[in-house]
Design a protein around this ligand. Structure first.
Ligand SMILES: NC(=O)c1ccc[n+]([C@@H]2O[C@H](COP(=O)([O-])OP(=O)(O)OC[C@H]3O[C@@H](n4cnc5c(N)ncnc54)[C@H](OP(=O)(O)O)[C@@H]3O)[C@@H](O)[C@H]2O)c1
Length: 259
């Protein structure tokens, strides 16, 4: 039984995390579970999702894995429905699934890689937002949504990332528009824009973690990349009632890179 003293910001709340099978998404899922949320993780590959569920359950939490491709409307609707069927509501959603296909100058980018990034990073967030908002606005308590954008979007620029940056800048803008459209429906929407985080996505071609650490020490004001826990902390804040008047913002967590 949960006593008042043991209640946290997310006790008994249901949280959906897309891309929850790895990296930042797994960190976010574990952070919510540590605050007693019921966590639903969605992604394309079942095994990484099952591993996140195992980690949450080993820590005493409740979690559910749903195989879903965020670029498919039916999959996203089914993930929201699975969360509601299993746990009774959808209180928080974190639209974190994303891919980086780049490294080369724009003229060398294939049309397939362009479309893949748009489909997953941008259309995927739209489809998820739409399904999540429709569910949340039907609930008396509404809900909160956090989209994972990137500083490589609205905040900074980097060679070899034009298409990815275009999708992520669009996520920042989509967040503001959706937030304005739906705050009166009881759905509060914000974004987090991470800079370089300690997952394989921030490794440059051929780079090892030690090379990245050397690069971060030389170039980032904080002297290191962000941890998945630091990104998760920002997400939990925006999803919590502590941020009840924070609407449509895009919170940068980037070791000071854009300060
Ligand atoms: N790492 C960084 O430095 C950094 C910085 C700024 C922003 N970000 C953003 O943070 C998010 C997480 O990145 P990460 O570093 O944790 O990378 P990651 O480990 O590659 O995580 C991405 C997750 O998204 C899932 N995913 C990809 N395409 C999907 C699809 N179509 N449908 C459902 N799930 C899909 C992947 O699982 P499946 O492949 O199994 O589907 C994976 O679990 C991304 O949006 C990324 O752009 C990362």
């Amino acid at each position: 039984m949960t006593t008042a003293a043991h209640r946290t910001r997310f006790t008994d709340r249901t949280v959906l995390v897309t891309g929850g099978g790895s990296g930042i998404g797994r960190g976010i899922a574990r952070a919510f579970a540590a605050e007693r949320a019921q966590v639903v993780v969605a992604g394309r590959r079942p095994e990484p999702l099952a591993q996140t569920v195992r980690l949450v359950e080993e820590a005493g939490g409740k979690a559910l894995a749903v195989t879903a491709d965020v670029s498919r409307a039916d999959d996203v609707r089914a993930a929201v429905a699975a969360a509601v069927d299993r746990f009774g509501s959808l209180d928080v959603a974190v639209n974190n699934a994303g891919v980086f296909r780049g490294g080369q100058p724009l003229a060398e980018l294939s049309e397939a890689d362009w479309r893949d990034q748009l489909d997953i990073n941008l259309t995927g967030v739209f489809l998820a937002l739409r399904a999540e908002i429709r569910q949340m606005r039907s609930q008396p308590a509404g809900g909160a949504i956090v989209n994972i954008a990137s500083t490589f979007g609205a905040h900074t620029r980097h060679p070899g990332a034009a298409a990815y940056a275009a999708t992520k800048a669009a996520v920042s803008i989509l967040t503001r528009g959706a937030a304005l459209d739906h705050i009166r429906d009881g759905v509060r929407i914000n974004a987090v824009s991470p800079g370089a985080v300690d997952t394989p996505m921030s490794l440059r071609p051929g780079e090892q973690e030690t090379d990245r650490a050397d690069r971060a020490r030389a170039t980032l004001p904080l002297g290191r990349v962000s941890t998945t826990d630091e990104v998760a902390a920002a997400v939990l804040y925006l999803a919590s009632d502590d941020a009840s008047s924070v609407v449509g913002t895009d919170l940068v967590v980037d070791s000071g890179a854009t300060a």
